[in-house]
Design a protein around this ligand. Structure first.
Ligand SMILES: NC(=O)C1=CN([C@@H]2O[C@H](COP(=O)(O)OP(=O)(O)OC[C@H]3O[C@@H](n4cnc5c(N)ncnc54)[C@H](O)[C@@H]3O)[C@@H](O)[C@H]2O)C=CC1
Ligand SMILES: CC(C)CC(=O)C(=O)O
Ligand SMILES: [Mg+2]
Length: 405
């Protein structure tokens, strides 16, 4: 194997609840029948395909999970539920109560993506994005881990020069349930001139800063021991408090080297010299933006997975990309970000490290064999669609099994 994905840290509170419910969708991959292991662990996974390319990439990730489950003696009970625009169309709300309770009752949740042109002009409470925010808040998953690793196979897919991109391996720890996406007051009003205004509030309480900072220090400790806290403390009060609390907490982590950076500089440094970063901790909106930027260092936003974890309860696992309406329904989406999110689900959500490694190894093997979706394609390689990429990942899982026999 050419490289490891190095998503190497442990969940701080893995969810290992007993599986609770619903239909058994046992794996049915005849070509691995000889290697299949009788299930000894059972998990309920709520699948939320969502909108746009969401269902396409979730279908690939589900097949991948089923195949590794059959090899690892795992039984998955999948429950598919609506969220986002598809839930709006079906039920009138972007996060039906049934979806949230299924998610809460499961061992882990895997989401595709939400959103689309059709719902762009909906009122705020009827937007697909509101459903996603409600889901994250409902599951209390405040810590969003977004690894960005440049795989050797994809150095040429990066928009940065090879020497800048090669070897980049960073982790964005994004606060996910606070800040300006949730802060009040927010809304629309009129100012003293009778002019229409829209407003939002960036607000953080100390406990919200402390808990995400602790996750970030722990993450950095298990990586290369460097933590960069990104804020806008030269302007924003919420950032001033953020910087103060992170600095105070640093004394508890003497083996972690803490630095601070303003977000505008961080955006620049990410493309100037991304290798200077190990772990980045930042607020909800800056983490959202910087992780999309970091994705292009690695070749494509279609490559980056994420894990969102709370103090307890199921984790939420999703690619960092959106519903990509421009390519939806065309079999063009790169499913690897979701497949790697499924690997994070196994590792950080369920503690099934070996099964996760099978997926990570298969992704690298598929890339080694030259398969590329359009977003990471370079001349001379094999251009495939979403479904075929998924099939190739399954073949790689199979052949790794064969190699191990
Ligand atoms: N977590 C979520 O569900 C998110 C949802 N959204 C929603 O998605 C919709 C579209 O938002 P955009 O700003 O266009 O962001 P986007 O991430 O959906 O797409 C940005 C660009 O990246 C490409 N892209 C994204 N994922 C890809 C993949 N797997 N393979 C190949 N190319 C891929 C798209 O084709 C597009 O050109 C909006 O409604 C937005 O609110 C956006 C971000 C996150
Ligand atoms: C769609 C938004 C709610 C969030 C977003 O862009 C993200 O989490 O990456
Ligand atoms: Mg985003």
């Amino acid at each position: 194997m050419a490289a490891s994905l190095q998503l190497s840290f442990k969940p701080f509170k893995p969810s290992l609840q007993q599986a609770k419910s619903v239909s058994n969708t046992a794996p049915n991959f005849s070509r691995v029948r000889c290697s299949a292991v009788a299930p000894s662990r059972s998990y309920t996974v709520t699948l939320l395909p969502g909108d746009g390319i969401g269902p396409e990439v979730i279908s690939v990730a589900k097949n991948t999970l089923q195949l590794v489950a059959s090899l690892e003696g795992i039984e998955f009970k999948f429950k598919e539920m609506p969220v986002g625009g598809s839930a709006l169309d079906l039920t009138g709300v972007p996060l039906p109560e049934e979806t949230l309770s299924a998610a809460k009752d499961s061992d882990a949740v895997l989401l595709g993506a939400i959103g689309g042109y059709k719902w762009d002009n909906n009122e705020k409470h009827l937007k697909p994005e509101t459903g996603l925010l409600q889901l994250r808040a409902g599951l209390k998953v405040f810590a969003n881990l977004r690894p960005a690793t440049v795989l050797p196979q994809l150095v040429d897919a990066s928009t940065l020069k090879k020497e800048v991109a090669d070897g980049v391996d960073l982790m964005v720890v994004r606060e996910l349930t606070g800040g300006i996406y949730f802060g009040k007051p927010r809304g629309f009003s009129t100012n003293e001139n009778g002019e229409e205004i829209g407003f939002n509030t960036e607000v953080y309480a100390t406990h919200e800063i402390d808990r995400i900072a602790r996750v970030a220090f722990e993450t950095a400790k298990k990586r290369r021991g460097k933590l960069c806290s990104v804020d806008k403390a030269n302007v924003l009060e919420a950032s001033m408090l953020w910087r103060k609390r992170v600095t105070e907490l640093a004394s508890k982590y003497p083996d972690v080297e803490l630095s601070h950076m303003y977000v505008d500089n961080a955006a620049m440094q990410l493309v100037r010299n991304p290798k200077q970063f190990d772990t980045i901790v930042t607020n909800n909106i800056f983490g959202d933006i910087l992780s999309d930027e970091a994705s292009m260092i690695t070749g494509s936003i279609g490559m980056l997975p994420s894990a969102s974890l709370g103090e307890s309860g199921p984790g939420l696992f999703e690619p960092i990309h959106g519903s990509a309406p421009d390519i939806a329904g065309q079999d063009k989406a790169n499913p690897l970000a979701t497949v790697l999110s499924a690997a994070m689900l196994l590792k950080y959500g369920l503690g099934e490290e070996k099964a996760a490694q099978r997926i990570e190894a298969a992704v690298l093997d598929t890339l080694d064999r030259g398969y590329r979706t359009g977003d990471i394609y370079s001349a001379g390689l094999k251009l495939v669609g979403c479904k075929e990429m998924g099939e190739e990942v399954l073949k790689s899982i199979d052949s790794n099994v064969a190699a191990a026999l």
